[in-house]
Write a protein that binds this ligand. Sequence first.
Ligand code: NAP
Length: 285
Amino acid sequence: MDLYCLLGHPVEHSKSPWTHQRFAGITGQRMFYDKRLVPLDGFAAAVAAFRAEGGRGCNVTVPFKAEAAALATHASPRVVLAQASNTLRFAADGVHADNTDGVGLMRDITHNAGVPLAGQRVLLIGAGGAGAGVLGPLLEAQPAAVVLANRTPARAHAVAARHAALAAAQGVDLQGCGLDDPAVVDGRFDVVLNASSSSLQGGGVPVPAQVLRPGAFACDLMYGPAAQPFLDWARAHGAVARDGLGMLVEQAAESFRIWRGVRPATDAVLAELRQQLAQPHLRRP
Ligand code: NAP
């Protein structure tokens, strides 16, 4: 039985094990996917221990995506750009890192939700592992402008600077700044993506409602009960709200393809997960 797992802190809320186990069933792959709570100072040791047990690869979540990228011996171009990885594959020649967050989110927004990004004004909140991972594929969708806003402005500046050439090549006006910058609070956005961990931490929405133009699309990368305050906020201010469940399934399908060479169909899995979250008595471990 091939072993995979999710490494992070926290991991309790994660639906990744259920999702990958379901993909394994659909595609007929013999594998077991676990989740492990890693001490904040213990990421490298946790990876080494899992490899020693025979682990074939892992997903990486909060707050270890930058450490995962740094630990890799082979990094994909999107990991080099993001300096963050959510997918590690263990091979004889070392640790291969990729990042499927961005392609997963883009597929959920444009394919599952049917929201076009080309020509739109986008506010991307958060320049941590998820925000950095999402930015490259977002720029490739050719919105008119992207404002990358982070609680610590220097981090947004650094991530935006790394993506400046890609933004120019795609014809996108890209700017990195703090959450209270005029580019944010005086901006009006067609699409607002919360890639910060504000919802995970139970904090409020980190930007004022005026960033939403009427009918805007607002997506929190978080899912489950913790995303509800953001969804309520968006709907109360006239936006179309979406949580991160579709992104979870789509980024997982990309990781699964990297590990197993087959991309599972996602529609039915996403529908099943939505039903589980809506009807907690149907939840399985
Ligand atoms: P991370 O690397 O730890 O980064 C956290 C980010 O959130 C940083 O930009 C941080 O700003 C910011 N932040 C933290 N608390 C905040 C607050 N109260 N107000 C405003 N900003 C705050 O985490 P990550 O890996 O980027 O993950 C971020 C979120 O995305 C998590 O909720 C995660 O669950 C979610 N996510 C979901 C999926 C999915 O498949 N649905 C995939 C990836 C991530 P500073 O730089 O100032 O610290």
